[in-house]
Design a protein. Structure first.
Length: 541
């Protein structure tokens, strides 16, 4: 048995761009060779990216995949383990891994456990594999598993019974709050239980509404951590196995992020990849002087740079002067292009045009929504003219209860805070200020009572419970699937719970029409929480 060195390619694929992915993989293989690596391991489905969804059904997929194999077959003197779609002669399609050396495929493994819950839909695309793959290299016995396989104790135990010493696990494991640490803890216990080494390589990227955090690692058979890669950063990491000690020696141990840092970096990664991979030159957003747009602006600047971000303040009669001042101050702090566009003439024109229909009807939310829609129209006009993506700024609490305006503040192509509750928005704003020499978000934006400023002296809490109460009820109903009666039994006021749940259920039609946004929870709207818009379900029991 010899000592060896493994390169973990924490890789960011461009979904569907197989040729470019293969070229990028080839470049990383060559870099690993320069660092004297004996093996390099890429994530799950690294050639096509994950999830490729119905791109996997395209007739030319096999031909494109073959070109990737041809490109990677140029590699000599290193074992390359990578993910691809295996389409067999009998018409089956597998989520697979290939082991290649010197242009020869040493083995192919087909994923055996196909997840079909939450964000996963693999049974739509793939057949289940039936056999393990074990190969020997440098006197060491390796096994291959793909993502969900390693969470099946039966599958891992079967592989360990084949005297495998190290399992190479290819992953595309989506991020949610706390998941990186959960993976590490669970896999450490598994390695110790089965007396086997684990090399866990995870994809990193933002893909539509999903975030892949990387956070790859190597765990020795005693459960100790030999390597922990950085979260939300594409890179090559190296693990060295020492034959005499029969263990991976400790190399890179990146400290785990705290919760707010983890969420913030995930949102930045998701925003950057969505903007850049969708081909937009930059972004534009409405900067209201409130906390949601302030945080969205900070994330956008951190994602793509201040020179590619434009902010517009669109005041009306009810806009407080301090809102204008705070918006201008933040824009200056962050160095973005900033402008002010008064919407009084637009709203007045709407009202004049609608007067023959409205007559002397008393003012209500209709007039408020006209303000929001005037702002939405301006943002979309600027987007059309200059090619920048509009970022909508609503948070999960507002979207949950419909405290937002269709075709108004909901316009845009990407909703950065869509899965972030309002109470977390405040914490993220404080976190962002804490990592700068001087705060980028004005302090009173954080401390002022939130207001949509659509009528005189308006406060969010005129229409909603305090956000700490609202978010607690929403979390119980949305994330934990608790019934109305059970939430009331936790001590919340009956009338408040009934109102909140009624608003959540009534506003599914709004959420369906909103922009996608990065998922950070286990019950994100649209992808995981999918309710019929019209239904007769009663929320009581």
């Amino acid at each position: 048995m010899k000592s060896f060195k493994i390169a973990l390619a924490q890789f960011s694929p461009h979904i569907g761009n197989i040729e470019a992915n293969a070229q990028k993989m080839l470049d990383q293989v060559n870099e690993a060779k320069k660092q004297k690596a004996d093996l390099i391991v890429f994530p799950e489905l690294s050639t096509v990216g994950y999830p490729a969804e119905d791109l996997l059904l395209r007739p030319s997929l096999a031909k494109r995949t073959q070109k990737a194999f041809e490109l990677l077959s140029q590699v000599k003197d290193i074992v390359v383990v990578f993910g691809f779609v295996n389409q067999t002669e009998d018409g089956q399609r597998y989520n697979a891994a290939a082991v290649m050396k010197d242009g020869q495929v040493l083995g192919i493994y087909n994923k055996q456990n196909l997840p079909n819950y939450g964000v996963f839909d693999e049974k739509r695309y793939f057949s289940e594999g039936q056999q393990h793959l074990v190969f020997e290299y440098l006197g060491h016995k390796f096994g291959i598993l793909i993502c969900e396989d390693v969470w099946s104790l039966t599958t891992v135990h079967q592989l360990s019974q084949l005297n495998v010493e190290t399992i190479l696990v290819l992953n595309a494991s989506p991020y949610e709050v706390g998941k990186p640490q959960h993976r590490l803890t669970t896999m450490s216990e598994l390695a110790k239980q089965l007396n086997i080494n684990l090399v866990y390589v995870n994809q990193i990227c933002g893909q539509d509404d999903l975030i892949f955090d990387g956070t790859s690692f190597v765990i020795n058979k005693d459960g100790s951590i030999a390597l922990q890669a950085e979260s939300f950063k594409e890179n090559l990491y190296y693990a060295e196995y020492e034959a005499k000690q029969k263990t991976f020696k400790i190399t890179t141990i990146t400290p785990a992020l705290d919760t707010m840092a983890e969420i913030y970096q995930g949102l930045v990664l998701a925003t950057r990849d969505y903007i850049q991979r969708s081909g937009f030159a930059g972004v534009i957003l409405g900067l209201s002087g409130g906390i949601d747009s302030a945080l969205t602006l900070a994330i956008a600047v951190d994602a793509i740079g201040a020179d590619k971000v434009q902010a517009v303040m669109m005041p009306y009669t009810y806009t407080a002067q301090i809102s204008v001042e705070d918006a201008a101050a933040q824009a200056k702090n962050m160095g973005v292009t900033f402008g002010i566009a008064e919407i009084n003439p637009i709203v007045n024109s709407f009202m004049q045009t609608l007067y023959p229909f409205f007559g002397n009807s008393p003012a209500d939310t209709t007039e408020e929504n006209l303000q929001a829609r005037a702002r939405g129209t301006l943002l979309m006009g600027l987007s059309n003219k200059f090619g920048n993506l509009v970022l909508s700024t609503g948070n999960k609490s507002e979207l949950a209860v419909g405290y937002c305006t269709l075709y108004g503040d909901m316009v845009g192509g990407f909703a950065v805070l869509k899965d972030v509750y309002k109470t977390i928005v405040f914490e993220l704003a404080k976190y962002r200020n804490s990592i700068s020499e001087t705060p980028v978000i004005p302090e009173r934006v954080i401390t002022r009572p939130p207001s949509a400023e659509l009528r005189p002296d308006q406060k969010d809490q005129d229409s909603l419970p305090p956000y700490d109460i609202l978010d607690a009820i929403l979390y119980a109903y949305i994330e934990e699937d608790m019934s109305q009666d059970d939430i009331i039994a936790k001590g919340f006021e009956k009338e408040v719970v009934e109102k909140v749940i009624r608003l959540v259920d009534q506003n599914e039609y709004k959420r369906r029409q909103g922009a996608i946004g990065p998922r950070i929870s286990s019950r994100a709207f649209n992808r995981e929480r999918r309710y019929p818009i019209t239904n007769g379900w009663t929320p009581g029991v």
